[in-house]
Design a protein around this ligand. Sequence first.
Ligand SMILES: Nc1ncnc2c1ncn2[C@@H]1O[C@H](COP(=O)(O)OP(=O)(O)OP(=O)(O)O)[C@@H](O)[C@H]1O
Ligand SMILES: [Mg+2]
Length: 413
Amino acid sequence: MSSNDIIVSLDIGTSKVRAIIGEMNDGAINIIGVGSADSEGIRKGAIVDIDQTVKSIRSAVEHAERMVGIQISDVYVGIQGNHIGLQTNHGVVAVSNEDREIGEEDIERVLQAAKVVALPPEREIINLVPKQYLVDGLEGISDPRGMIGVRLEVEATIVTGAKTAIHNLMRCVEKAGLRISGVILLSLASGMMSLTKDERSIGTVLADIGAGSCTIAVFEQGGLAAVSSLPIGGEFVTNDIAYGLRTQTEHAEKFKLKYGCASAADAADDVKFKVMRMGTNLEKEFTQRDLASIIEPRMQEIFQLIRQEVRRLGYGDKVNGYVLTGGAAALPGTVALAQAELEATVRVALPDYIGVKDSAYSSGVGMIQYVSKFMGAKGAGAMKKASSRKASSPATSKPGMFERIKNMFNEFI
Ligand SMILES: Nc1ncnc2c1ncn2[C@@H]1O[C@H](COP(=O)(O)OP(=O)(O)OP(=O)(O)O)[C@@H](O)[C@H]1O
Ligand SMILES: [Mg+2]
C-alpha cells in the first residue's frame, strides 16, 4: 500500500477530537481506523488553550494509530466557526494551447484568477469551490477539460476565515507533530457525505449540532450557498440536566447518553435511574420522562434558533428540508421534534461505514470523501513506520507556515 492510499482527517470539536483513517481502494473508501479523545482547550468550537488542544489531538491520533498499527504523519484538518465567510468570485483566462483545447494548466490558471479578491488583512482564503465553468460564454460546464475554446471562465465560491483562528488551529496540529495536507471547511465535507446530489441542488439546510456549536450550511444549485455558526449544542442540554437533577455535569452527560430522549411524551415512566445529588451523598430516583422534560425545551429552543438563523440568512421559504449531523442529533426523538419545530422534512445523516455509524463522525468521514473526490488525495495523510515522526524535525524540514498555507491553498479546487 503506498502512502497515497491513506487519507487522515482531523475534526477538532468542542467535546471530542476525532482522527479518522481512510484507505482508498480503486476509488472506494474504507475506514480502517478511528481515534477519539476528549477535547480540552476548545470552547464553543474555538481554541482557547493551545497546549490542551495539542494533547487532545495527540491522544486522538495515537488512538487511531494503535488501531491500525501505523504512524500518522500528515492530516487534513477540518475548520468551522463564526469567523467563516463565503463570497463568490469570477475568473477569466485565455486558453493557452494553440489548438484551443482546454487543459489542466488552463483550469489551474482560471482558478488562480478566481482567487484574486480583495480581502481585509485579517482574513484569508480557506477553500475555493468552482460552481461552474464557462467556455466562450457557454454556461453550466462542470468540467471543461478537453473542450475547445478561446476564453475560459469560472464562477467560484470562496470560503474565507479569520487568520487568527486558522493559524491557531494549524499551530495546534503542528505542535502535535503532524503535517497539514490541507484545511477544509467542515460544512463542505459534511455536505459531501450527508447530502444527496438532489438535496444539494434544491435548497437543503445541513445543521451540524455538536457539543458547543451548531453550524448551519445552506446548499442550493449544487453547492454551498451560505454558512453560519451558532453557539449552541448538546453541552447546553447536558448543563440543563445537571441543573435539573442537581448533579455533576459528567453524570448528567452519562444519563443523557443512556436515557435521554427529546420528547417527554415518548419517554417512559417505568425507566428509572438513581442520581447522586450534588453536595450530598443521597441518591434520588428519576424517570426517563423527568429527564425528557428537561431535554425537550432545550432541543426545541435549538431548532427554533436554527430556523431563525436560516430565515436571517434569507432562505426561510426556499428550504426544502433539513439534514442533521453532529453528536447532538443522535438523541432519540430528535427527528420528530425537529420536524415539528422546523415545519419541514428532517432526517439525520450518518456515515455508512462500520465503526463510524454515528452522526458525530459525519464531518470527519466527509472530509475523507471530499479529499478523495475533489483533491485527488494530493499529499494524502501519509503513513510512516514508527520513528519517522521524530526523525524529521518539523522546524527544519518544512517551509514556514505562511508559505505552506499559500501552497496548500494553491492545491485547493
Ligand atoms: N447518543 C447521543 N444522545 C444524545 N446526545 C449525544 C449522543 N451522542 C453524542 N451526543 C452529544 O453530542 C455532542 C457532541 O457532538 P459532536 O461530537 O458532534 O461535537 P463536537 O464536534 O465535539 O463539538 P462542536 O462541533 O460543537 O465543536 C455532545 O454534547 C454529546 O453529549
Ligand atoms: Mg463538531
